[in-house]
Write a protein that binds this ligand. Structure first.
Ligand code: NDP
Length: 286
């Protein structure tokens, strides 16, 4: 059989895009899986999003990730939404399927996949700190994965309330919310607590406003911050004997889920994490 010189195309649309390291881990995964596929990191301004999507359709891309500021705007250009993307109201992964483009959200799925290696989500009480895009994705996916109760804690109480209402009305999980006005004490009933705020991004010493003594040894303490992954909050939790899950694992897992959706292949997560750690200048940890 003659060799094909036509690679399968995928990529990312965002702006700014130059500081997004995802391309390195995705292409490492493709190489390790022996896939003749490319992942192209594209800087796409909001005004050009429609044209970029028309281009991806014309070139037969298998799909693309959407990062800021396109996660909501992209929805108007798609042919349908997966269940969790519809609930979350945001798309970070578009998949070419049955002749159309379907919007999925792999952020929360990545979190759940990374969490499953440490704990079964079924029946858990999950405290989500933050109610932005990451908080919404995690709350909805944990509820869909069988969590029993979701507590949303956020400074802007309106966002916390609307997310708790969404979880309670559209999933089988119970939900409540708390305004975040002072050092938050994790309740004794909680099994998992996740920082889904942006506090800690690019600052290893920044610490969310939390009662550190409420981080018990039996809790799973998670963070969405991928860089630096060993945040002040996770370090404090580990010092108190709690199990920890960092945001690098979530970032790797959401990329791995995208590869499964686009190519039907399960990539090597260790290869992805090692490459990501390398380009971010981090120690390689699993
Ligand atoms: P948003 O801007 O949508 O939401 C930010 C959230 O952080 C809001 O809930 C906001 O509260 C809260 N917040 C910001 N500053 C503070 C503070 N000082 N104290 C308490 N709460 C605060 O951002 P995203 O949800 O999209 O992203 C959040 C983080 O998640 C980012 O750092 C991003 O890098 C990370 N992320 C990681 C992923 C991964 O794969 N590891 C995937 C997606 C995101 P309020 O509503 O009151 O303003």
């Amino acid at each position: 059989m003659s060799k094909s010189f036509l690679s399968v195309l995928s990529g990312s649309f965002s702006t700014p895009a130059d500081d997004n390291p995802t391309v390195a881990m995705m292409e490492a995964a493709y190489a390790a899986a022996g896939l003749d596929a490319r992942y192209v990191n594209c800087d796409v301004a909001s005004a050009d999003l429609a044209d970029a999507i028309i281009g991806a359709r014309a070139m037969g891309w298998v799909g693309f990730n959407c990062s800021m500021p396109h996660k909501v705007a992209v929805i108007d250009h798609l042919d349908g939404l997966g269940e969790s993307a519809e609930l979350i109201g945001a798309v970070n992964c578009v998949v070419a399927r049955d002749g159309g483009l379907i919007g999925e959200n792999t952020d929360g799925r990545g979190f759940v996949e990374a969490l499953r290696e440490l704990r079964h989500p079924g029946g858990t009480h999950v405290v989500v700190l933050g109610a932005g895009g990451a908080g919404r994705a995690i709350a909805i996916e944990m509820a869909l994965a069988g969590a029993g109760h979701i507590t949303i804690v956020n400074r802007s109480v309106g966002r916390a309330e609307s997310l708790a209402t969404l979880v309670a009305e559209r999933t089988d999980a119970e939900a409540d919310f708390r305004p975040w006005t002072s050092a938050y004490a994790v309740p004794a009933s909680a099994d998992v607590v996740v920082n889904a705020t942006s506090v800690g991004l690019g600052d290893a010493e920044a610490l969310i406003d939390i009662d550190l003594d409420s981080l018990r040894p039996d809790l799973l303490v998670a963070d969405v911050i991928p860089n630096p992954p060993h945040t002040a909050y996770l370090r404090a939790a580990a010092q108190r004997g709690a199990q920890t899950l960092d945001g690098l694992g979530m970032l790797v897992a959401q990329g791995a889920v995208a590869i499964e959706l686009w190519h039907g292949v399960s990539p090597n997560r260790d290869v992805m994490r090692a490459r990501l750690s390398e380009v971010l200048g981090l120690e390689t940890t699993n």
